[in-house]
Design a protein. Structure first.
Length: 222
């Protein structure tokens, strides 16, 4: 019985291309940033839904209980400004749409393969959400700071401790208005961080393209 002598295996056969290691590190960071971005988008979406629900309900209660000035027992003053609450409704609606689109593009495999579209939406969605949240909260504070005209929040919180057995339940309206306001304030830094994460992810994906491993060539048939 003869044994074929096999020579020592060269260590070079197990060498890993540094470009492959760099590419793998970039991909790991990209996956991490994508997970953070998706988490922030989900948080922004839930916040937007809550803001829209509370603000829209407050407007609905106002419309159901508001009467003309001919009534002597009107629950709401004649000089009244609904624009701050409307601003929260509009802003939260934009935030919901933007983050919903972002999550759809992040989860749909077909859309993920379209790199240009996917990256554009990943960056534009938090940008639109940040702009909507910032403009909405700025407008709210600008109008609500007036001491001449009442807003839905200022009026309902002024009478929040009034015992009421039917709508408008000023105490509940005040709590809803404050919850929508606080969430809107929190939404601004959330969308800003999401925007920064999306920008970092896009930049890293561009760098990673330079380290994509080359496909091994097929062995030539002899």
């Amino acid at each position: 019985m003869s044994f074929e002598h096999k020579g020592p295996v060269s260590a070079s056969n197990f060498e890993i291309d540094p470009r492959d290691l760099t590419y793998q590190r970039h991909q790991a960071v990209i996956r991490f940033l994508n997970g953070v971005r998706v988490g922030l988008a989900s948080l922004a979406l839930l916040s937007g839904i809550t803001i829209l629900g509370t603000s829209a309900n407050a407007l609905l209660v106002y419309n159901n209980t508001h009467v003309s000035s001919d009534f002597h027992l009107a629950l709401w003053p004649d000089e009244f400004d609904l624009r701050p609450t409307v601003a929260l409704v509009v802003g939260s609606s934009i935030v919901i749409v933007a983050n919903l689109v972002s999550l759809i593009f992040s989860k749909a495999k077909v859309l993920q393969n379209r790199t240009l579209v996917h990256n554009s939406v990943a960056f534009l969605a938090p940008f639109v959400g940040f702009a909507a949240a910032l403009i909405g909260i700025s407008f709210f504070y600008a109008v609500n700071a007036s001491t001449m005209v009442n807003t839905l929040q200022s009026w309902s919180c002024q009478w929040r401790y009034t015992d009421m057995r039917m709508e408008p339940y000023f105490g509940t309206l005040c709590s809803q208005s404050e919850a929508a306001l606080y969430l809107s304030v929190i939404l601004v830094p959330v969308e800003f961080v999401a925007l920064m994460v999306a920008g970092g992810q896009m930049g890293l994906e561009r760098k990673a393209k330079a380290f994509v491993p080359a496909k091994p060539s097929s062995p030539a048939l002899s």
